[in-house]
Design a protein around this ligand. Structure first.
Ligand code: GLY
Length: 361
């Protein structure tokens, strides 16, 4: 097992290994009496094992959540609050989440808001949730106006990345999670790219030491970023801060919205990173080889690097309402070289259009 420490005002540890559920009581501590286990409904049998690890120590209340983004609604949050109320949850009780990013986001939000905040431990079961949603304290739900518009920062008391849970994850989901991992390679840790480039992608299985190293490295990238800029207020010394994690997300989010969220997040991010690289190249900020490396690295793990589902005019509107936009000015996270992130603010629409041509195949 590897343990990565997250410093800051509310420090916690991220444990990466196999069969880690028995570690939950050690993280939750002895003051906790009741635990709400909020789990992705389809993972009932696996959640049962987590419940067993808790039952000798706590009064455990299991709540199966609707699948995927259907969990991230105000209605589901209300149902959870009502259930916590009926079970008499106090400020010293706790929430454990078990599932993908939607479970982590909703469960974290319920924990952040119940009695203005109780302890939460995340046990992410998808690669995407391990390297992104479970670490960094972002919680939230969706509303009619968009995704993640309601939420709060609430850091977990601990995160258990149990690699054994990836064994039942469909291959396409694992590959999509690699989109965020490769993104971390470009924004901060080029060793990730070297590992991807020298490993047969078929060998990136849940039991492979290389996948474990990729996960550890991606989580370390995320930890370094959130410790420096938890609330996305901007970094020091010209670093964009937490915003760097949104590399590839401006076009990526626009594509997800256009596809009505039927495209996997990691797939959209892969296309978005290739777009951002092309944009930086055309703006004279990124060299040709690093832009080309984007296409080869994402394609190598099985992710798309081009998009033919919509034209530029259909996507530009969604890009303008991206969270990074300031007023009416578009902002893109770009690279000035490998692991050298910067901001491209207010680029000409002609440049945006020209860069799109490179990914619109
Ligand atoms: N998923 C991006 C972030 O945590 O800031």
């Amino acid at each position: 097992m590897t343990t990565l420490h997250v410093g800051g005002a509310s420090p916690y540890d991220v444990h990466i290994g196999r069969d880690l559920a028995d570690r939950l009581p050690g993280i939750l501590g002895e003051r906790v009496e009741r635990v709400a286990l909020l789990y992705a409904g389809e993972l009932g049998a696996q959640a049962e094992r987590v419940a067993r690890a808790l039952q000798d120590h706590y009064d455990v209340h299991g709540f199966g959540l609707p699948s995927g983004e259907n969990a991230k609604t105000a209605d589901v949050a209300v149902q959870c609050w009502e259930a916590l109320g009926e079970a008499g949850f106090t400020r010293s009780d706790a929430v454990v989440t078990f599932g993908g990013g939607a479970t982590t986001d909703l469960g974290g939000f319920v924990a952040a808001t119940w009695l203005r905040g109780v302890r939460v431990v995340h046990v992410p079961t998808t690669l995407l949730a391990m390297v992104d949603a479970a670490v960094g304290g972002k919680t939230g739900i969706n509303t009619g106006a968009g995704k993640n518009l309601v939420g709060s920062f609430h850091e977990p008391a601990g995160v258990l990345c149990d690699l054994a849970t990836l064994e039942t994850l469909p291959r396409d989901e694992l590959v999509a999670g690699l989109g965020e991992v490769v993104k971390c390679g470009f924004i901060a840790d080029p060793v990730i790219l070297e590992l991807v480039e020298r490993t047969d992608p078929a060998d990136l299985t849940p039991d492979s030491p290389v996948l474990a190293e990729l996960i550890e490295r991606a989580i370390r990238v995320k930890i370094d970023v959130v410790v420096a800029d938890l609330k996305e207020q901007g970094g020091a010394d010209g670093h964009p801060g937490r915003e760097v994690l949104n590399y590839g997300h401006t076009l990526g989010h626009a594509i997800e919205k256009h596809e009505r969220y039927t495209i996997r997040h990691g797939e959209a991010v892969a296309i978005g990173c290739c777009y951002a690289a092309e944009l930086a190249r055309l703006a004279g900020r990124l060299d040709d080889a690093t832009a080309a490396r984007h296409r080869s690295a994402f394609a190598r793990v099985g992710l798309p690097t081009t998009y033919a589902g919509a034209g530029f005019d259909e996507l530009i509107g969604a890009m303008r309402v991206d969270k990074k936009a300031r007023g009416s000015q578009l902002r893109f996270l770009v690279l000035d070289g490998l692991a050298k992130p910067g901001i491209l603010a207010g680029p000409d629409e002609s440049l945006l259009r020209q860069a799109f041509e490179a990914v619109a195949r």
